[in-house]
Design a protein. Structure first.
Length: 341
């Protein structure tokens, strides 16, 4: 029987500081957690990665502070007192595999998405920041859809937005009124029909040039958004415990933060030189940039450049575990349909 450890973020840091761990999964989240642990100065605790892909066994994953070897599960299954940090969103399947293949009662397992779920139960912030007595962000709500007809479920969301925010202008962006060729990353995603990646540049572009609020179509607004307009820029944390622009954000025109994020996409390629797709999610891509500006992964309110970043409760969902929590601090629920997968 494995020992599944139920931690919040502070408990996780304490545990990892005193134990050697393996990160299970050399994917987007696994690599992001590698950098997180390095930023927390806990790289000494990373024993390596575990992955089910035999093509990755034996290779080394390059971090900022050291390299980490990738092992098969069979290589460590006879070790004592192993601690495994499951980083993948497919944690249920991985935990079932560990239960089936481990014969060692001393193994301890931590699941990243369960940490976020526990953190959601205490997620909070003092108040929305008011930087001016006058509204700064224009009363515009931008949204986008590419790749055919928008499903009715999302049309109903937008109908509710309009009822909840009747004094806002709504701007719907698609291939008919937006030039997808203006950015190489976006065009490559569009041509590959990877629709979830197409808006990554668009939303930055339209908010930078026009100002306003951007929302993914799988967001349910639960209150009027006028309170958010008295700051230069805002965003929020999702269940990955980092900034997710797909979970909604807003800014004044010509925001410094939006410009910086947009410039990163202007240098990016969706199709690598070897022809493979770079499926790095927007939150992982943005994290690699904003961590250099002082952002630390977590669920606390932070400010990066001119953007106020609010905790998970702002968007009310821990989507990987299907957990919803609403308080008076929640403005919308981001259900995350995972269209980028």
């Amino acid at each position: 029987m494995l020992n599944f450890l139920d931690f919040d973020l502070n408990e996780l840091k304490t545990f990892i500081n005193n134990n050697s761990i393996y990160l299970f999964g050399v994917g987007i989240q696994g690599k992001r957690w590698m950098y997180v642990l390095e930023d927390w100065n806990l790289n000494h605790a990373i024993a390596g990665f575990i992955d089910n892909d035999c093509n990755k066994w034996g290779i080394e994953i390059k971090g900022d502070k050291k390299n980490y070897k990738v092992y098969s599960l069979s290589e460590i299954k006879n070790k004592e007192n192993v601690a495994i940090f499951v980083t993948s969103i497919h944690y249920k399947e991985i935990c079932a595999q560990l239960e089936a293949e481990s014969n060692n009662d001393s193994w301890r397992v931590i699941v990243a998405d369960k940490i976020a779920e526990k953190q959601m139960q205490v997620s909070d912030y003092e108040a929305v920041i008011k930087e001016s007595d006058q509204e700064l962000i224009p009363r515009i709500i931008h949204y986008a859809w590419f790749g055919g007809e928008m499903p009715d479920v999302y049309k109903r969301n937008i109908d509710e937005w309009q009822k909840m925010c009747p004094d806002f202008e709504f701007k719907f962006w698609n291939e008919k009124n937006y030039d997808v060729t203006k950015n190489r990353y976006m065009l490559e995603a569009y041509e590959a029909k990877k629709w979830g990646f197409v808006p990554d540049y668009l939303r930055l572009d339209v908010v930078y040039n026009q100002g306003g609020i951007y929302l993914d179509t799988d967001i349910q607004i639960i209150k009027n958004l006028k309170e958010l307009l008295y700051q230069k820029a805002f965003g929020c944390i999702d269940c990955t415990l980092t900034l997710n622009l797909g979970s909604g954000f807003g800014a004044v025109p010509k925001s410094k933060m939006i410009k910086t994020l947009m410039e990163d996409y202007e240098k990016a390629r969706f199709i690598r030189e070897d022809g493979t797709i770079d499926n790095t999610s927007c939150n992982s891509r943005n994290y690699m940039l904003i961590r250099k500006m002082g952002f630390l992964l977590g669920d606390n309110q932070q400010k990066v450049m001119d953007m106020n970043i609010y905790p998970m409760i702002f968007q009310g969902a821990c989507s990987h575990t299907k957990t919803i929590r609403k308080t008076e601090k929640t403005f919308w629920i981001h259900y995350e349909n995972m269209s980028w997968l």
